[in-house]
Design a protein around this ligand. Structure first.
Ligand SMILES: [Zn+2]
Length: 203
């Protein structure tokens, strides 16, 4: 394994001001008087957070963003060798009711900053890098926590999704800009373990 950067170089690459500014922006979405956030899946605040994350990844960082069948957000910075498995970093943008500011948001924003820093440094990564923000990671009124991550891991099959559909459909559809997607498509969000080299999260 080659060490590409020394710890000192990494510290220089990391744009702390930019990171903190983004953290403040995301923390303001669904902010509660107690200093936390209220962004349960399907709420207006969760949708605003989703929009913010997509804009950040797509417009500010310049990544290509894809929303999969269960509305997970994926942003890719291609590697030099497309045959190699992908390295994924990320977390979730929803929160438990009246949750903490760091839970989920930290993992998504750290992932974004890591990928942006590497791009700015002109680092030629061999493996493609992906930032993910999972859908409905936390408990919610649709009774479907870890929806996005379980689907990707293949732990939530089509029949389970089918049963859950009535409850989850409105929020997932809104996340897709109102477009309905058949549940069968949701199984395509599953990604085999072999395609993925590593999943990292700051949590
Ligand atoms: Zn969490």
């Amino acid at each position: 394994m080659t060490i590409a950067f020394t710890p000192a170089q990494l510290r220089d690459m990391w744009n702390e001001e930019r990171f903190l500014e983004r953290f403040a922006k995301l923390s303001a979405i669904g902010a509660t008087p107690s200093g936390g956030v209220h962004r349960p899946f399907g709420s207006a605040a969760e949708e605003r957070a989703r929009t913010y994350v997509v804009e950040l990844l797509e417009q500010e960082i310049g990544l290509s963003v894809e929303v999969d069948a269960v509305a997970n957000i994926w942003a890719t910075h291609p590697g030099t060798d497309p045959q190699l498995p992908v390295i994924t970093l990320g977390s979730h943008h929803d929160s438990v009711p009246d949750g903490g500011r760091f839970d989920g948001a930290l993992g998504v924003l750290v992932a974004a900053e890591v990928v942006q820093s590497l791009r700015e440094a002109g680092y030629a990564n061999r493996h493609s890098l992906q930032v993910v923000s999972f859908t409905a990671e936390e408990p919610n009124e649709f009774d479907l926590s870890t929806l996005g991550s379980r689907t990707v891991a293949g732990r939530l099959d089509a029949s389970r999704l089918q049963r859950a559909r009535a409850r989850r459909a409105p929020a997932v559809c809104r996340a897709h800009g109102g477009r309905r997607r058949p549940v069968a498509v949701a199984t395509r969000a599953q990604i085999g373990r072999r395609d993925r080299r590593l999943f990292g999260t700051a949590h």
